[in-house]
Design a protein around this ligand. Structure first.
Ligand code: PLP
Length: 395
């Protein structure tokens, strides 16, 4: 651990660790920063909003000057909806790249919005690739925007957004990215990858508490977005214009959540920014995956596509393994894991993000080992059919 790395403390008052992709385990300082009430119109709170927006923009690195940051009340999905509605014109058409629940949710959002879209659905296991995107765009010239998921949190797959971006801009279209569960831990530098807008939220890799999301978009797109949105409260242009003019949010802001988020952003900086945060999560994943594999568990994904955010494991084939019981026994030991979200095989997920380090991950593996013994599960190996399915699709 470097001198500047924060000391990771156990959760407050013996609460369990949340091995989930947000809400997640936050630091004591983040929780403590909420013990004060703020007036939303007051200069102090306006300064906090301003500081937060510039800190978020700074995470983009070189080229950040072309962008601005617009926070949006609500959970992450509200910010995704706001982005899609505000940047895809009513006569536009989107190509949605899906390989899990969040990609499908973007498609469903467009359905609600009444925007035309085409869906590329790769199922649970496989990433959308640049060449397929190029092919689809060549075949349908009416597509104006491509919507990609950075880390598809339902499987934990890290999608190849660089090659997707290259294909999109080679075809003269525009890219919108749902980087909800990746931003702050995985670089998304406009100097390396082109995009018009991206979205994330307070309770993922920056390690704040839930309550708002934020859209980071090119200023020219923000200007051009006027009048696109179907929704008053989710209009990114209107929120941006109002914030630029008054320094305030249009409607009641989640003041305590903003205070907590600012504290979380300071800790993020102290940890070494995106590289430092991503490094800790990567160690968390490596230690946890190695330990779980030693117990016989197998990951859904091959190493190449494993994100440092969350990892999906197949449920063991052993008839004594029942997920509900595994969950309860893990919780008793202080770890809240996450059910799977796959359509075909039984699975569960273990998150690597939040206030935890590799020492905690070793305890997670030890708890899993003990739990298997308590359940009388001799081997954590997955059913042969699950592995065959994976091999078949990857071929
Ligand atoms: C968490 C997440 C969302 C938003 O989910 P909410 O429950 O609305 O906060 C959207 N996309 C991805 C990829 C996510 O991980």
């Amino acid at each position: 651990m470097t001198a500047s790395a924060p000391q990771i403390e156990p959760p407050f008052l013996g609460e369990p660790y949340l091995l989930t992709p947000g809400p997640l385990t936050t630091s004591y300082e983040v929780k403590q920063s909420m013990l004060r009430d703020w007036g939303s119109w007051d200069d102090d709170f306006r300064a906090m909003t301003c500081d937060m927006r510039s800190r978020l923009l700074a995470l983009l690195g070189e080229g950040a000057g072309a962008f601005d940051c617009v926070p949006m009340q609500g959970s992450g999905s509200f910010a995704v909806e706001a982005m899609l509605a505000s940047f895809i014109p009513r006569d536009g058409k989107a190509l949605v790249l899906a390989n899990g629940a969040y990609g499908l949710r973007s498609a469903q959002t467009l359905q609600y919005l009444g925007r035309a879209y085409q869906l590329l659905d790769k199922g649970d296991y496989l990433p959308p690739r640049g060449d397929e995107v190029a092919q689809i765009l060549a075949n349908d010239l009416s597509i104006t925007h491509v919507v990609a998921i950075h880390c598809e949190t339902s499987s934990g797959i890290l999608n190849p957004v660089e090659e997707i971006s290259e294909a999109v801009y080679a075809a003269g279209r525009k890219l919108l990215i749902d980087s909800m569960s990746a931003f702050g831990a995985i670089e998304l530098k406009p100097s390396q990858i082109r995009y018009e807008a991206m979205v994330s939220s307070a309770n993922k890799c920056i390690e704040g508490v839930p309550g708002f999301g934020f859209v980071i978009a090119r200023k020219e797109e923000l200007e051009a977005a006027k009048g696109n949105s179907h929704s008053l409260s989710l209009d990114v242009h209107a929120q941006w214009a109002h914030m630029e003019k008054t320094g305030q949010w249009r409607f009641t802001p989640p003041t305590h959540v903003v205070a907590a988020f600012l504290e979380a952003l300071k800790a993020h900086e102290a940890e070494g920014g995106v590289a430092g945060r991503g490094g800790r999560y990567t160690r968390n994943r490596d230690v946890m995956v190695a330990g779980m594999r030693e117990l016989g568990f197998e990951t859904l994904l091959q190493n190449r596509w494993l994100s440092p955010i969350i990892v999906t494991f197949f449920c063991p084939a052993d008839a004594n393994f029942v997920f509900g019981r595994f969950y309860e026994l893990m919780k008793e030991k202080g770890f809240i894991i996450y059910p799977g979200k796959l359509t075909v095989v039984d699975s569960f997920r273990v998150g690597c993000i939040g206030q935890m380090d590799e020492h905690v991950m070793r305890q997670v593996v030890a708890a899993a080992k003990e739990t298997l013994a308590e359940m009388g599960v001799a081997s954590a190996a997955p059913p042969a059919a699950a592995l065959e399915e994976r091999a078949k699709l990857a071929a």
